[in-house]
Write a protein that binds this ligand. Structure first.
Ligand code: HPA
Ligand code: ZN
Length: 339
């Protein structure tokens, strides 16, 4: 590893854009699939990995939902989640805000209770043994109707104590934020934090809509904001966080290559950008690989990397006290590891 990569890897950081189903490594998918008697289109992990060659977001989602179909029991959700948390801890992630997609599991007859008990068991273990703090975000699938989303939202209210935020993911084209106006109004009224994927494949107006109509406090991806100078000025002024996922954007052809990614321009414009892994089992790396590959391709400087880590804590939903402690640790790291 280069000095820059080592420095990035060692930084304490938060991850704010991570789909737990997107951490299902092919080996685990095949093993759980066999255990549960679920048929898959790939005979082994190698064949699955070979199929992970995506044209766009939809071609990825088709495979992602298919792979997810092996998850049936509480144990499966526990194993999936604890494996991610161990990996995150090993990459110096101190805090992570994790998405889960209940609708894709409910449709297969898996209960809300099964999903949440499995995930929660792993989160609780991570707090105790890995010293990683967590928040949980329930994502609504935007290719389904708002009524279906409201149905799962009502179920989630019984599990309120374990769910911190409501998000919006899946196919952006043809499913604008405005489709979920009522659901997000209810989510905010119930005191949930709210976020939405916007401006990943969609244009800057999707980001404007997510902010103005859904009232979200953070935008997932948001890389298309750069097409709209007035929007950029507003995002910078209000320091609205954008959870950018560089490897995901390259694998899903949002950018032709990492050299073409606009992360550095976003930083230079003073935006509150963070670096995250999105679906690391599919996109070639966890959070540290996202930092290092972006840093190398875009010639990021030490200061940029520290800014990204600082933003990750500032953009998180942890308490002010906890935030100050993590930021102190980051300052100490920078002092002990002059770059
Ligand atoms: N975009 C939209 N939906 C998703 C993604 C993503 O990157 N990953 C998992 N669901
Ligand atoms: Zn995502």
């Amino acid at each position: 590893m280069t000095t820059l990569e080592n420095f990035a890897a060692g930084m304490p950081k938060a991850e704010l854009h991570l789909h737990i189903e997107g951490t299902l490594e092919p080996e685990m998918m095949i093993a759980i699939g066999q255990r549960n008697g679920v048929e898959l289109p790939w005979p082994n992990a190698r064949a699955a990995r070979k199929a992970y060659d995506f044209r766009d977001l939809q071609s990825f989602l088709d495979i992602y939902y298919r792979a997810t179909s092996v998850l049936l029991l509480e144990q499966d959700f526990y194993e999936l989640t604890i494996a991610y948390l161990r990996k995150a801890a090993s990459q110096n992630v101190r805090h992570t805000e994790i998405f889960f997609d209940p609708q894709t599991h409910l449709a297969r007859g898996v209960s809300f209770e099964t999903i949440l008990r499995g995930i929660e068991l792993a989160l609780e273990e991570a707090h105790r043994t890995l010293k990683v703090s967590t928040k949980l975000i329930m994502c609504i699938l935007r290719h389904l109707s708002e009524e279906e989303g409201l149905d799962v939202f009502r179920q989630a209210l019984s599990w309120r104590r374990w769910i911190n935020g409501i998000g919006l993911d899946s196919s952006e084209h043809g499913n604008p934020p405005s489709k979920f106006r009522n659901l997000f109004e209810r989510a905010r009224a119930e005191g949930f934090f709210t976020v939405a994927h916007a401006g990943e494949e969609g244009n800057a107006s999707c980001i404007r809509e997510a902010l103005a109509i859904l009232g979200v406090s953070r935008i997932d991806h948001g890389v298309h904001c750069m097409e709209d100078e007035k929007l950029v000025a507003m995002l910078a002024e209000k320091q609205i966080p954008l959870t950018v996922c560089p490897l995901s954007n390259v694998r899903l052809k949002v950018f032709a290559s990492m050299q073409d990614h606009n992360l550095k321009q976003m930083l230079r414009r003073g935006l509150c950008v963070t670096v995250n892994s999105d679906d690391p089992a599919y996109f070639g790396g966890y959070v540290n690989e996202n930092y290092s590959q972006a840093a190398l391709a875009l010639a990021l400087e030490g200061n940029d990397l520290v800014r990204l880590a600082r933003n990750s804590f500032n953009a998180s939903w942890i308490s002010t006290v906890q935030k100050a402690l993590y930021l102190q640790e980051l300052d100490r790291y920078c002092k002990d590891n002059p770059f």
